[in-house]
Ligand binder design. Structure first.
Ligand code: UDP
Length: 327
């Protein structure tokens, strides 16, 4: 049995990663405090309930399961909230990650896959980003993730911690088998909020800002299917285990969609009207975040197969109608 410690394995992306690891013949050991995750989502391996700032709990998990690697998803990830409560983001994301990294090094577990974000780039004048683009985050969430990237580099230099950093663009969709899906409480992300509004589960969606410097005035994002995203993580793990060394990969599709375009696609996929109102900008939002995936495709052999907007919305809609966790 080859174990991989998956922090945040009870969350949206982490639970899909656990399934992909299980399908790859590995055992995902979820370490999660259930602050934003769901025990119902832990279906593919053992579960340790614990907090990343609890070094003793981490040491016990490393000792019990002897994982060959860490996949680190656990984090607070809401841009808007990070602007209102930055201390919580720095403490949870940075102190938690630092504690995890120190525990991994102490246990001799030196392969580390980290979920970072395109929010580390900040606003960049409408360019398509690549891994060498400058990182100037404009919100506390992005800043906290960039800081963790720096910590990983320092621990590589000092202790030989090998890492693959994935900078995600906007993750969407759900497991096509319906075993896991996206479920945040409260929900803040565009596609699930829109599906809620379509289904009459909440009031109209508010479009955050219609005066951005984009063709239709709304923000542009690069959406990637969660299943494609976690496939890249399995490839990233293999990359490290093959001894290929630390590397950063952007995970996007190179196609940007505005909020209005996502609304239009959702209307087409669900064949229902989308109740929405135009509203003010949300603090911390970048105008446009789009990346190619040239490096991940060329070096990891990553081939996204489900990352069209139609498929992502279709999979999210199916999960929205049939799947749920017990709140
Ligand atoms: N958005 C919006 N209304 C909402 C939620 C999001 O207009 O209720 C917009 C948001 O301003 C951004 C895009 O949708 O341009 C994606 O936001 P989300 O929160 O899903 O992801 P983020 O880009 O912040 O990681």
């Amino acid at each position: 049995m080859v174990n991989v410690l998956v922090t945040g394995g009870a969350g949206y992306i982490g639970s899909h990663a656990c399934k992909a690891l299980r399908d790859a013949g590995l055992v995902p050991v979820t370490f999660d405090n259930l602050e934003t995750g769901w025990s119902d989502a832990v279906k593919f391996g053992p579960f340790v309930r614990g907090d990343l700032t609890d070094r003793a709990a981490l040491d016990a998990a490393f000792a019990e399961f002897e994982p060959v690697a860490v996949m680190h998803f656990a984090a607070l990830s809401q841009v808007g909230e990070s602007m209102q409560d930055p201390g919580r983001y720095w403490r949870n994301n940075v102190v938690g990650s630092l504690t995890l990294i120190e525990a991994a090094v102490a246990a001799g577990c030196l392969d580390f896959v980290f979920s970072s974000t395109c929010a580390t780039y900040g606003d960049q004048d409408n360019v398509v980003l690549d891994e060498n683009s400058a990182q100037h985050p404009i919100n506390a969430y992005g800043a906290s993730k960039r800081a963790i990237e720096d910590i990983l580099r320092d621990f590589e230099a000092a202790c030989g911690l090998r890492h693959v950093i994935f900078r995600y663009f906007n993750v969407a969709g759900a497991d096509p088998d319906g075993e896991v899906g996206e479920f945040h409480q409260p929900e803040t992300h565009l596609i699930p909020l829109m599906l809620d509004a379509i289904a009459g589960k909440r009031a109209a969606l508010t479009v955050f800002g219609t005066d951005y410097d984009t063709p239709d005035g709304t923000c542009i994002r690069d959406y990637v299917h969660v299943c494609d995203l976690v496939d890249a993580h399995v490839l990233g793990l293999k990359w490290l285990q093959d001894g290929k060394g630390s590397r950063v990969f952007n995970l996007g599709t190179g196609s940007g969609f505005s909020v209005r375009e996502v609304i239009d696609h959702s209307r087409a996929v669900t064949n229902q009207s989308v109740p929405y109102v135009d509203g003010a900008r949300r603090p911390g939002d970048c105008t446009k975040l789009v990346s190619g995936s040239t490096r991940a495709e060329a070096e990891l052999g990553w081939t996204p197969t489900r990352s069209t907007l139609e498929t992502m919305i279709k999979d999210a809609w199916r999960w929205h109608q049939t799947g749920h966790y017990n709140a």
